[in-house]
Ligand binder design. Structure first.
Ligand SMILES: Cc1cc2nc3c(=O)[nH]c(=O)nc-3n(C[C@H](O)[C@H](O)[C@H](O)COP(=O)(O)OP(=O)(O)OC[C@H]3O[C@@H](n4cnc5c(N)ncnc54)[C@H](O)[C@@H]3O)c2cc1C
Length: 462
């Protein structure tokens, strides 16, 4: 009957079957520990999601690209036998600025940025400074940067205002922040932004802003032939009945001997728990005894960004016939950053518009109006054939109760320097995972994977 409560025991219970939780479970299982993974949704993969397209193709509605220095995700893909392919970057990108459409070579001297003379001097100066300052931010302790307090006392926006001359620079930059963070520059601290840049690398290669935004040589370099969710689907397949779907965890009780994790109609007793969910969802679980104030206060103040994807599919990638790469930088929404998301075999055409931050909050309530507006933008950018897509899909991450937004948490002024290790430090038998606890590639699939492994290692070493 629905009211009976089932009891299970395991060495470790993992909460959340995204890339972090599944990576933790995989490492624990490989070390011979018994594991139960409790996932709230009726699917695995969390912030990655495959959407089926005709002919067995898929569209990525969440996490999509991987790139150089994202070593963990590349190695995992190889281990699971998942093929990747290069993101198309040939031809010209479209810049829509000051009400005019122009084109410029993708990957030209300005990187991904449009060669608009009203923004170029600002951009060159600001990006050089950001990269320089980010080298002073330790990836594993951003609060220890010499200027941490000063940088954490201001928003990225207030810093940009005092370091740029042209309002157009901030207008164009807003599109990048809306796609990168699902936020406006006023919502995050300068220190958080610099830490994010510092984390866009590995032990050998310091992070750079360019690597965050570039296609070739950057975080948008490659895609998965079968969609990024296939990483999680494969791991879950291998973990078999260790993964329990439709199992939202409501309560975690910690005693001297172990943890009891309660989900609807099932209780799991274990020696340790790995909680691999975004902080804003970790905050919705009730803990007994209550968590230390530092941890609780951090999760209260760590919202997810607001990011939607609008994907249109066409019979073919017709814009390539006009020498266009499909990439767009626009100073006007709803979509300000767009990409070609055509499947690997070019059997159909795909265009993606990112709708983030204020644009996401404005348009999230009316998906039909949003679809029409973005298709209208595609017509402006790519011409009349864009008016007749086969299908348009809106993926609204803020509207998903088990994500509450994306792509990542937003840390406002004063939080990093105050929360410090509370972001990832274990509390007794509770270990925290998820891309929000990562160092390198914080916010990305790669960071999610390494965070899960780090939490598993904590348990194995305990
Ligand atoms: C639109 C978008 C685009 C992105 N693009 C990229 C990209 O191109 N490249 C890239 O590397 N990254 C990208 N990302 C980020 C990437 O998707 C995430 O960093 C990564 O998937 C996070 O994995 P995770 O395991 O940490 O968290 P999640 O994927 O959020 O997994 C957490 C899991 O926990 C479950 N859960 C939550 N609460 C509970 C509970 N109480 N009980 C049980 N289960 C619970 C959730 O259902 C979820 O399955 C993007 C994200 C978005 C939203």
């Amino acid at each position: 009957a629905a009211t009976t409560t089932e009891e299970r025991t395991a060495d470790v219970v993992v909460v959340g079957a995204g890339l972090a939780g599944l990576s933790a479970a995989r490492r624990l299982a490989a070390a011979g520990r018994s594991v139960v993974v409790l996932e709230a949704r009726d699917r695995v993969g969390g912030r990655t999601l495959n959407h089926p397209l005709p002919g067995g193709h898929v569209a990525d509605l969440g996490g999509t690209w991987i790139g150089p220095t994202q070593n963990a995700v590349a190695a995992l893909a190889a281990e699971l036998g998942l093929a990747t392919f290069a993101q198309v970057d040939d031809g010209d990108a479209v810049y829509y600025g000051h009400g005019l459409r122009t084109t410029y070579p993708s990957g030209g001297p300005t990187g991904g940025a449009p060669p608009d003379p009203t923004i170029l001097p600002d951009l060159v100066a600001v990006l050089t400074l950001i990269d320089q300052m980010s080298t002073e931010v330790p990836v594993d302790a951003p609060w220890d940067a010499d200027s941490a307090e000063e940088w954490d006392s201001q928003t990225l926006d207030s810093w940009l205002r005092s370091h740029t001359a042209s309002p157009q620079t901030r207008k164009v930059a807003s599109g990048a922040f809306e796609a990168l963070f699902g936020a406006e520059a006023r919502e995050i601290s300068l220190l958080y932004a610099l830490w994010y840049v510092a984390c866009a690398g590995d032990e050998q290669n310091p992070g750079t802003f360019e690597r965050l935004i570039a296609v070739q040589g950057g975080a948008q370099e490659r895609r998965f032939v079968d969609g990024a969710q296939s990483l999680s689907l494969r791991m879950a397949e291998q973990l078999g009945d260790r993964v329990a779907l439709s199992s939202p965890v409501r309560q975690i009780t910690q005693t001297a001997d172990g943890v009891r994790v309660v989900r609807d109609r099932l209780t799991v007793s274990a020696a340790h728990a790995v909680v691999a969910v975004p902080p804003t969802l970790a905050a919705r679980i009730s803990y007994d005894p209550p968590l230390p104030v530092a941890r609780d206060s951090y999760t209260q103040r760590s919202p997810q960004g607001s990011l939607l994807k609008v994907e249109a599919s066409y019979d073919r990638p017709f814009w390539r016939e006009d020498g266009l790469s499909g990439a767009v930088v626009s100073d006007t929404g709803p979509a300000k950053i767009c990409y070609d998301v055509t499947p690997a075999d070019d059997a159909l055409g795909g265009l993606l518009g990112f709708v983030g931050g204020d644009e996401a909050r404005t348009w999230g309530g009316d998906h039909e109006a949003l679809k029409a507006a973005v298709v209208g933008q595609f017509v402006t950018f790519f011409g009349p054939p864009a008016a007749t897509p086969r299908e348009v899909v809106v993926q609204d991450w803020p509207d998903e109760i088990w994500s509450r937004g994306g792509p990542v948490h937003l840390l406002g002024p004063g939080l990093l320097t105050q929360a410090r290790e509370a972001i990832w430090a274990p509390v007794g038998r509770l270990h925290w995972a998820g891309t929000e606890t990562a160092t390198y590639w914080h916010g990305y699939m790669d960071g999610a994977i390494t965070s899960g492994r780090r939490a598993a290692d904590e348990v194995l070493g305990a």
